[in-house]
Design a binder for this molecule. Structure first.
Ligand code: CA
Ligand code: CA
Ligand code: CA
Ligand code: CA
Length: 749
């Protein structure tokens, strides 16, 4: 296990070298430490090579076939659209009285016109300086540099807006520039020339497309390695019959198919703003004034993330102070009881770029504006994972991570208003940092008939949370016009359980027939994400993942995330009890207290050298060979408990090599007095030491070897001490003035 650590670290190092070439060739070790401890630089973004790597995981033939199907369907649908529009006197495109653009984009199974509209709440426009919350994640200095995200919208963004600094590419050349697309794009990537309008991933690149041919364009982009796309639009709620609400229809099926065949691609969609619309007179729960069952179209897909709008307040530590669902945000459920929306983001009064001019801004609200905040945050998590582990997460992992770490709102468990709660990017990033220390995150696969099992240890003071997330095959079943059909769209029904001493813990579930009631725990047959929580977990727990029935396509990939556990017995206290075990003619053997499951990073040097030599070893013993008589050496170490979690360094030990007689030097000051403080410079000294403290005629100094033998003593009244007669080595300087004295160490070249 420990050996793997080394391989991972070196792997990380090599990757980084690939990305940066000559910039960091000076010291691989320094670079490694830089990476491991303070991820302060984006060392490489999404390179062509990485895109190809993502693309290589795609089911390329399926995607190509599916794309050609979509193209044929599109051509057919367009001709139907035009004919039907003419027949029924429908407008193909319209700008409504509130300025919102809508466009006829499809015809439903029952012949209903499917208009797309943007999910901005135009009525909610207010002017207020507001910030997009990027707390926590910014502490890691992640900014999306080199990363790309797709924005599909009612048009394309104003490419030359000053906030974009040439980081917007036009995907659809002939499209109209659109204010909504410009706002969404700015929320993700604006530089922050106007501070309050800074995007979440303010160095990332957006490729901007209009919504026409969205499925076809995304299929192409995902096939080529696109990780994320933002869709702050959807079907207009007041022009469809009631059965559409909550129904798994062809458009959801199509998007699920794209995501299943491109397992690294994740679609992020706005829930919509229809909560108060009263557009659904036959909701699966309550009446048309309760706000439930108003989700439509692709927001009801299984594999995407659907974002609700929240009014949330975040404190300076990145912790959620309060949150409630926005007054406009559309509620679920899916008619089969699946939890939608998945997550909530802040969508209230967001300041962003506007397309009026390349220096204009505007403020707006809506799930439209909540969604790019989530998309941008997800992009940063991908960047962070790539920096730490040299690869991107599968979409199911990324989605699982977001849902696993969301801040739970109101009563415990998920609900049909804000899903699993408010996105907490900071908590999500911490799961990545602490991987194999206090968290576990793994991409697994379950074979048909197989049981996956995994043991974890909890220490009694945390909530153990375990979740599974998977990208499910598109359902063969689609609703073609039935009101509130509850047939589950889920194909491969995985089940997570946690057991301990005969007790079994079950995942959360919701009941669409009691959509406003609190979540319960039980067998979940509808969601492709399951999460179990055990407060104050203590002891050893067994997590199992099984499946019902027969797995389609013989196996099902899933992502397992566990938090609130101890993945190692390794201690991050600084290593102690360092001693010289054996001394020989030209070597010493250094030992220290063993740490279970630890990888030791040892550093050693001749004391005057600037740079340490670093090695990684798994045993608590180091044979230091080739030592020279009378040279003074220094040694220190720290323990790596996981790839990113290490202890502090030990205090360095020092010795002047004297063959078999070598002993550790004690550097304890002879006396410490806070009333006089002084230091010496230069240190290391050449010929003379200068005391940077006021001395008097009574001040004397004494220079001792580090083993305490006095070598030199004289008046220090002029603050200068000649040391040219001393041999090279480490010394202790003591300054005495009447009854106070103070010591410091210095090195003489
Ligand atoms: Ca398009
Ligand atoms: Ca319904
Ligand atoms: Ca809740
Ligand atoms: Ca299940």
């Amino acid at each position: 296990m420990v050996y793997i650590f080394v391989v991972q670290i070196l792997h990380l190092y090599n990757r980084t070298m690939d990305c940066q070439n000559s910039t960091y060739t000076k010291s691989g070790i320094l670079l490694l430490l830089l990476l491991v401890f303070s991820v302060t630089n984006n060392l490489c973004g999404q390179t062509t090579e990485q895109r190809l790597k993502i693309a290589s995981n795609n089911k390329r033939i399926e995607l190509a076939n599916f794309k050609s199907n979509l193209v044929s369907e599109y051509v057919l649908e367009r001709s139907h659209l035009k004919a039907a529009a003419k027949l029924h006197n429908w407008k193909l495109k319209e700008t409504l009285a509130n300025g919102k653009k809508i466009e006829l984009q499809g015809i439903g199974e029952d012949g209903s016109p499917l208009y797309y509209e943007t999910y901005a709440d135009e009525a909610g426009l207010v002017s207020r300086a507001s910030t997009l919350n990027t707390d926590g994640i910014l502490g890691l200095n992640l900014d999306g540099d080199g990363m790309q995200v797709g924005v599909w919208d009612s048009g394309v963004a104003l490419q030359n807006h000053v906030e974009y600094a040439s980081r917007v590419e036009i995907g659809d050349e002939d499209s109209e520039i659109d204010s909504h697309a410009t706002r969404v794009t700015g929320s993700i990537i604006s530089t922050g020339l106007k501070k309050d309008a800074k995007g979440v991933a303010n160095k990332a690149t957006v490729i901007t497309h209009d919504w026409t041919r969205d499925k076809i364009e995304v299929t192409e982009a995902a096939a080529d390695g696109l990780l994320l796309s933002n869709h702050s639009y959807g079907i207009k709620a007041d022009r469809v019959p009631d059965w559409y609400f909550g129904a798994y229809t062809k458009v959801a099926q199509d998007w699920d198919k794209i995501m299943y065949n491109a397992p690294y691609y994740l679609m992020v969609t706005a829930a919509g703003n229809a909560q108060k619309s009263r557009n659904n007179d036959s909701p699966i729960y309550g009446t048309n004034t309760d706000g439930f069952d108003v989700l439509l179209g692709f927001t009801l897909a299984k594999n995407n993330i659907t974002v609700a709008g929240a009014n949330s307040e975040i404190d300076k530590n990145g912790d959620l102070k309060s949150a409630d669902v926005s007054a406009y945000s559309s509620f679920g459920p899916v008619d089969d009881g699946r939890i939608k929306p998945d997550i909530a983001g802040n969508g209230s009064t967001i300041l962003s770029t506007d397309s009026f001019s390349n220096t204009s801004y505007d403020t707006s609200s809506g799930t439209s504006m909540a969604t790019p905040g989530v998309t941008g945050s997800l992009l940063l998590l991908q960047q962070y994972h790539q920096e730490l582990y040299g690869s991107y997460m599968k979409a199911a992992t990324l989605k699982g991570l977001a849902l696993h770490t969301a801040d739970d709102i109101d009563t415990l468990g998920p609900d049909y208003k804000m899903g699993w709660g408010v996105m907490n990017t900071k908590a999500a990033a911490e799961v990545l940092t602490n991987k194999e220390f206090t968290s576990h995150l793994a991409e697994e696969s379950l074979e048909n008939g197989e049981t996956f099992s995994f043991e974890v240890t909890a220490e009694g003071n945390e909530t153990l949370i375990a979740s599974i997330s998977w990208t499910d095959l598109e359902s063969d079943f689609i609703n073609r016009g039935e009101m509130n059909n509850t047939t589950a769209a889920l194909v491969n029904d995985l089940d997570i359980r946690i057991s301990k001493n005969g007790q079994t813990f079950l995942p959360w579930k919701l009941n669409p027939a009691r959509a406003s009631s609190a979540a319960t725990k039980g067998d979940n047959k509808v969601d492709p994400f399951e999460r179990i929580e055990i407060p104050n977990a203590n002891g050893i727990y067994t997590i199992t993942v099984t499946h019902k029935g027969e797995l389609q396509n013989t196996n099902q990939d899933f992502s397992l995330i566990v938090t609130g556990v101890l993945m190692t017995t390794c201690s991050i206290d600084a290593p102690a009890e360092i001693s010289l075990e054996e001394t020989e003619a030209s070597s010493v053997s250094i030992t220290w207290e063993a740490v279970a499951d630890g990888l030791y990073e040892i550093q050693y040097k001749e004391i005057y050298q600037q740079e340490w030599t670093t090695e990684y070893i798994t045993i608590n013993n180091f044979d230091w060979k080739g030592l020279l008589l009378d040279n003074t050496y220094s040694f220190r170490l720290r323990t790596f408990c996981s790839q990113n979690i290490a202890s502090e360094y030990s205090d360095p030990i020092t010795f002047t090599f004297n063959g078999e007689e070598t002993v550790l030097e004690t550097l304890n000051a002879l006396s410490v007095d806070s009333e006089i403080s002084f230091s010496v410079y230069p240190n290391p000294a050449m010929d003379e030491i200068q005391l940077n403290v006021q001395t008097t005629e009574h001040t004397v100094y004494r220079i001792m070897s580090t083993s305490g033998v006095a070598l030199k003593m004289d008046s220090a009244s002029n603050s200068r001490i000649n040391v040219s007669d001393l041999p090279s080595g480490l010394y202790v300087l003591q300054i005495q003035d009447f009854d106070v004295n103070k010591s410091t160490k210095f090195y003489k070249y």
